[in-house]
Design a protein around this ligand. Structure first.
Ligand SMILES: [Cu+2]
Length: 471
């Protein structure tokens, strides 16, 4: 066997080809150098330079981890470490991630690939990585205490298995998961089919992202890991609107979007303007007989979903979680509903004590989008995002699918806002408004009023706009 010393000492005697082979063998004995990424921008797809060919995915506000081939094995190096994630401009979170980012880089391999992953633990506690959804030898499943000892801080473990089935996967810790998931340790994994697959269609755009939730008090940086359900930041790939990049496609592209849910609740993900089919789940591609058209798909905790549609309608189409509180950013959940409540008198009194006091929500919450409230440093506005027609009033799990006729193939650059053809935007009615015809029979005949009713109760409300009091 060649040692490094022998190789250097006898270099003169070795032919050029032999030398190249021997040197690379020495280099291969070392770990692959970890690749670190710090920008939160969406990286262009990483086209495979080595190994089997495939059509790469695009990770929303993320990137794909480069690899090296070593004797036919695809080698990756993940480093679990503390990272700073810009969740939206002006708001940084102190998270744990892999290779400089939370979530970690996407791993892309091809069905049948033998994969070797070096995992270095730079966290202050035990770590291990579970390859969620994979068929693999039990000892490679990454469950601390059950299938392996936890990786101690400072140590590196090696995982090796064959990516046996094509599909959509995730990786995440299986050591102190409550803390490590709450801190943002997670990543996407795509296994591309080795050849043409009867259930996997070719697409022109293939987007991936993870759903992650955090609980970070306004003005602070670190998630509260004891939070079980009441998170205040709902993210696509640890980004919140308006920090989430648009999904840019060319008109008539077939588009695939793969989503994994590593939050603690379900997310009904909804697309405007198109119908999609559910083409894949945790278990792989769905049988064609099960596919139907939908516009919302619910993604349960720990699940992965893959949807596909033909982007044949131009425009800026909202794409978001349908839970209304998940398209909002950090706020106190104990704010009472104030719609229609006249608290001007109370406000006047409080202002004498606290000059900055502000009445919230009297006309609904949209005012929050324009509120000049003094925010603590490092806070995301609750509802934000400036659109071509004003404030979008959204946060959290919200993005836009931008379909453009003139977007070049394979180009993911943001084309700006959609220019609506004349006469195709909702407009104000300026004619006369007839009085609405209301039913005068209270309750109708099916629900007659109770005879035994006592004194009718009365609620005093103030009309939002006029400040006029009525009953
Ligand atoms: Cu949601």
């Amino acid at each position: 066997m060649l040692s490094r010393r022998k190789l250097i000492g006898g270099a003169g005697a070795i032919t050029a080809t032999a030398s190249a082979a021997a040197v690379s063998k020495v280099a291969m004995a070392a770990l692959p150098e970890p690749v670190i990424q710090t920008t939160p921008d969406t990286a262009p797809p990483l086209h495979p330079g080595t190994g089997r060919p495939y059509n790469p995915v695009v990770t929303l506000n993320g990137w794909t981890l480069p690899w090296r081939m070593n004797g036919g094995v695809k080698e990756f190096h993940l480093v679990a470490e503390a990272v700073v994630r810009e969740m939206t401009p002006g708001f940084n979170a102190h998270l744990w991630g892999y290779n400089g980012q939370s979530p970690g880089p996407t791993i892309e391999v091809v069905e049948g690939d033998r994969v070797r992953i070096f995992v270095t633990n730079k966290l202050p506690e035990l770590h291990s990585v579970h390859w969620h959804g994979q068929r693999l030898p039990n000892g490679m499943d990454g469950v601390t205490g059950l299938t392996q000892p936890g990786i101690p801080p400072g140590k590196t473990f090696v995982y090796e298995f064959v990516a046996r089935r094509p599909g959509t996967f995730m990786y995440h810790p299986h050591a102190d998961e409550m803390a490590q998931l709450a801190m943002g340790l997670m990543g996407f994994w795509v296994t591309h089919p080795r050849a043409k697959h009867p259930l996997i269609d070719e697409v022109q755009r293939d987007f991936v992202f993870l759903l992650a939730a955090y609980d970070i008090d306004p003005g602070s940086y670190t998630p509260k890991i004891m939070t079980m359900l009441d998170f205040n930041l709902w993210s696509f790939n640890s980004r919140i609107f308006p920090g989430i990049d648009p999904l840019v496609v060319r008109k008539n592209d077939r588009v695939r979007i793969r989503v994994g849910n590593l939050t603690m609740t379900n997310h009904p993900i909804h697309l405007h303007g198109h119908e999609f089919q559910l083409t894949g789940t945790d278990g792989g591609p769905t049988p064609k007989s099960t596919r139907r058209y939908e516009v919302t798909t619910d993604i349960g905790v720990g699940q992965m979903r893959q949807i596909e549609f033909l982007a044949d309608e131009e425009g800026d189409w909202a794409f978001h979680c349908h839970k209304a509180h998940h398209t909002m950013n950090a706020m106190g959940h104990d704010v009472p509903t104030m719609i229609g409540v006249d608290h001007s008198g109370v406000a006047r009194q409080i202002t004498q004590l606290i000059p900055d006091y502000m009445v919230m929500g009297e006309r609904g919450m949209h005012d929050m989008t324009e509120m000049e409230m003094p925010l603590p440093d490092n806070t995301a506005p609750m509802m934000a995002g400036e659109g071509p027609f004003g404030a979008v009033g959204m946060g959290g799990m919200f993005s836009v699918v931008k379909v453009r006729r003139d977007q070049p193939p394979g180009d993911y650059r943001d084309p700006g806002w959609f220019k609506h053809p004349p006469g195709t935007v909702a407009y104000e009615w300026t004619g006369a408004l007839p009085q609405p015809a209301r039913s005068s029979a209270s309750g109708g005949t099916s629900m007659p009023p109770l005879r035994a009713a006592t004194t009718p109760s009365e609620v005093k409300v103030r009309k939002p706009a006029g400040g006029h009091t009525g009953h």
